[in-house]
Ligand binder design. Structure first.
Ligand code: FES
Ligand SMILES: [Fe+2]
Length: 415
């Protein structure tokens, strides 16, 4: 008797329209989630792990995740950056439990196996047993019991990790254009101003779509439109890399440019009744020579770089099961900022984060979709704003970068 081989890919049939449709099943199917962890996060991608400035000294470490796999990133005693899976080679316990710290070695609490900052096993209690009894068998080889190594590459002080030891360099993976945008923020030394973390009750891809969706900004975010911070009528566009997997949405213009034209339009979100009691929130400096005042860059599969006027941040997206994800915000300044500039950045950072005047809604709409699609696994979304193609466009009333995400997703997942 032969058994038919079941391929879980058969469970998902992508609509004939291609990337302008997304089957809702992809946001709620645990089998698809598991496949994403294998084929995307533990596959041939570079995942944001952190910044060199977070682990400046020998022995510094931080814990994070690639997809849902726990990972430790360290600055080894030789100064190199290392990363390995945070899972003891003995019986699988999490070895490092702190979010960050400094140490010469890492010791698993369970049976006290000791690892160095490269993740190599250096000590095993009772290795030779007690009073001649027990202990590890002959041939026990500590060299074979390292923590699982993660490949590391850095670019402009940003640390990336991959489970694919053969993967191309980060620079090649990002491509020239995306490296160019990344260098807007990371070409000079940065400092970390603080962190925020937020749990969202939606599939990770719904947040990634939101980030790539420039269409919603002036519609969903009433704060933007009410106070004229960002309007779809401002000059800007969408830039994609060749594969479509990374993107930048950019806007030019000062706070007051064509505000009048906008006020005369009949958008529901504009109301002249409101004004800020403390307008200093929107006082800032023009600091980027290219004149771009708002840039959101997404680097597949887990990094978002944000410049909203002077509020700079990296957002790291961590899947936490099929219907939940976490967003880690790292707020940035430049090392040579004066005190006033730091205050400006911190004040403007009230726009973003879990309770930000603008970002609050982004943390909510994913959940609206997650709730809305229940029972609609065979239905699909409609993603035709700006056409059906995947391309850079000199305007923002488009969903082109969302289609780019799905193009790459389908290739990696085999759908
Ligand atoms: S599980 Fe880590 S030492 Fe036993
Ligand atoms: Fe948004």
């Amino acid at each position: 008797m032969t058994t038919a081989k079941v391929d879980e890919r058969d469970w998902l049939v992508w609509p004939d329209e291609g990337v302008s449709r997304v089957p809702y099943q992809v946001y709620g199917d645990p089998t698809i989630y598991k496949r994403e962890m294998d084929f995307i996060f533990r596959g041939s991608t570079w995942n944001y792990l952190g910044l060199e400035v977070e682990i400046p000294n020998r022995g510094d470490y931080k814990t994070t995740f690639i997809g849902d796999t726990p990972v430790v990133v360290t600055r080894d005693m030789d100064g190199s950056i290392q990363a390995f899976v945070n899972r003891c080679a003995h019986r699988g316990a999490t070895v490092c439990m702190d979010q960050c710290g400094n140490a010469k070695t890492l010791t698993c609490v369970y049976h006290a196996w000791v690892y160095d900052m490269k993740g190599d096993l250096k000590g095993v209690p009772f290795k030779n047993g007690v009073n001649g009894q027990g202990g590890m068998p002959q041939g026990f080889d500590m060299e074979k019991l390292s923590l699982q190594k993660v490949k590391v590459d850095t670019h402009l002080g940003v640390i990336f990790g991959s489970f694919d030891q053969q993967i191309q360099s980060v620079q090649e993976y990002l491509g020239e254009k995306m490296c160019g945008y990344l260098s807007r923020i990371f070409s000079r030394p940065v400092t970390v101003l603080g962190y925020q973390r937020q749990l969202m009750k939606n599939n990770w891809k719904l947040y990634f779509e939101n980030v790539k969706d420039s269409y919603h900004a002036s519609l969903l975010h009433l704060f933007f439109s009410t106070f004229g911070v960002n309007r779809l009528s401002q000059r800007g566009g969408i830039d994609l890399d060749e594969t479509g997997r990374h993107h930048v949405s950019y806007t030019y213009g000062s706070l007051n440019e064509d505000l009048e034209a906008y006020r005369n339009s009949d958008l529901r979100s504009y109301s002249s009744k409101y004004e800020l009691k403390d307008p200093s929130l929107l006082v800032g400096r023009n600091e980027f020579p290219d004149g771009i005042t708002l840039a959101i860059q997404s680097l597949f599969p887990n990094m978002i770089v944000q410049q909203i006027h002077n509020a700079l941040a990296v957002r790291q997206l961590l899947p936490k099961g099929v219907d939940s994800c976490e967003l880690v915000w790292t707020y940035l300044g430049f090392a040579d900022d004066d005190d006033e500039m730091t205050k400006i950045r911190l004040k403007q950072s009230n726009l973003v984060g879990p309770a930000g005047f603008v970002s609050l809604e982004d943390g909510g709409v994913g959940e609206l979709v997650q709730k809305g699609i229940v029972g609609g696994e065979k239905e699909q979304s409609f993603v035709e704003m700006g056409g059906t193609s995947v391309e850079s466009q000199p305007f923002r009333a488009t969903e082109s970068s969302i289609r780019g995400f799905w193009k790459n997703y389908r290739e990696l997942m085999g759908y």
